[in-house]
Design a protein around this ligand. Structure first.
Ligand SMILES: *[C@@H]1O[C@H](CO)[C@@H](O)[C@H](O)[C@H]1NC(C)=O
Ligand SMILES: *[C@@H]1O[C@H](CO)[C@@H](O)[C@H](O)[C@H]1NC(C)=O
Length: 341
């Protein structure tokens, strides 16, 4: 990003504050004030360079191939936003629920379930000093415990703005259909998620399976992938309540066209992208936990291919439309196993 785009970032952040206050978004004059605050007078009074400052430095100097890749992803996201979004409604505090705050290191991380978010939460707990020792040793239920990592939604508009101006903002995304296949396998195809099956599985069976057996109606334990997809495509589903976060579109969780993300990490290159972020944080010795073998890219692709091959082209197309923005904004192409045309 050049100086101009950094200025735009600051303007955008200033606008967000205005949006939160439900005012108009025309406060360009604020940008110079923010610029000073962000890049010169230090970050929360700290002496060490902030991750955002380090990214800025990387962008000014001769770029490493990795820094260049991340710049291209940012640019692509920005131009896709311009091309594909129309007038947006104003951001509300609850839109920031998924953005977790690390005040110790100056980080904002928007978590997308099924994209290594447990491991990112573990790492943030370790980084912010809320947990000691190796992040791998933090139990998953602890990493997900509500309130352990504060969310940006909990702060006042001024406090939100201050963080958006000065912190490195990042998210991790994944091929939308592989994420969906992973959510299905994890929540419906395995015996140990009885709670999810009771909550959503019973609803799916009741609504979509004619002549369901009483056991299936009571337990929701044997939902097929096609039924799960039909549930997602059923307009009643989203009329009743927003999608559950495990299958909600990443753009609807993280609002990448309204918040400015500095780093777009990808599940497909998780190790490299996580190392890039941790390099900016300057946490020597902290290694991002390796994903379990089943979650690695080729295995995930195989599973998605297998699940989608039984889905009719009609449903494939409609599902692709439903998840289209995630494909466009994060530069995923339509998977080759689909029969869209
Ligand atoms: C920005 O900082 C410089 C020097 O640090 C100062 O002279 C200038 O007035 C500041 N600008 C604003 C808009 O605060
Ligand atoms: C977008 O995807 C295309 C095709 O996979 C790839 O060639 C290109 O490098 C990607 N661009 C970015 C910025 O990731």
């Amino acid at each position: 990003m050049g100086r101009r785009s950094w200025r735009r970032r600051l303007v955008a952040a200033a606008c967000l504050g205005a949006a939160l206050l439900l005012l108009s978004c025309a406060h360009r004059a604020l940008s110079s004030v923010f610029e000073n605050r962000t890049l010169s007078s230090g970050w929360l009074g700290g002496k060490r360079k902030s991750p955002l400052q380090k990214l800025y430095d990387l962008d000014q100097g001769p770029r490493s191939p990795l820094a260049e890749l991340h710049r291209q992803r940012r640019d692509l996201l920005r131009s896709a936003c311009k091309r594909h979004t129309r007038r947006q409604r104003l951001l509300q505090p609850e839109d920031l629920r998924h953005v977790l705050v690390d005040d110790t290191n100056g980080l904002l991380y928007c978590y997308v379930p099924k994209v290594a978010c447990t491991n990112w939460k573990r790492v943030l707990l370790a980084l912010s000093g809320r947990a000691r020792g190796d992040p791998r040793d933090i139990p998953a239920h602890e990493a997900h415990a509500p309130g352990l990592l504060p969310s940006l939604a909990e702060f006042s508009p001024a406090e939100v703005n201050r963080r958006l101006n000065a912190y490195l903002t990042f998210l991790f995304v994944r091929d939308p259909f592989e994420r969906l296949a992973s959510a299905y396998r994890n929540k419906f195809a395995r015996p140990y998620h009885a709670e999810f099956q009771r909550r959503f599985g019973t609803r799916i069976v009741r609504r979509l399976r004619p002549r369901a057996r009483p056991e299936a109606l009571a337990r929701g334990h044997d939902v097929r992938f096609a039924e799960f997809l039909a549930y997602l495509l059923d307009p009643r589903t989203r009329r009743e309540e927003p999608f559950n976060e495990h299958w909600e579109r990443a753009h609807a969780l993280c609002h990448p066209c309204r918040l400015r993300y500095d780093v777009v990490g990808k599940f497909e290159t998780l190790a490299e992208d996580a190392a890039f972020v941790l390099g900016l944080v300057g946490a020597p010795g902290l290694r991002f936990p390796a994903p379990p073998p089943g979650a690695q890219a080729p295995a995930a692709r195989k599973q998605a291919t297998r699940l989608f091959q039984d889905i009719s082209p009609f449903y494939q197309r409609r599902l692709f439309d439903l998840y289209k923005m995630d494909f466009l904004l994060f530069n995923y192409s339509a998977p080759s196993y689909l029969r869209l045309y």
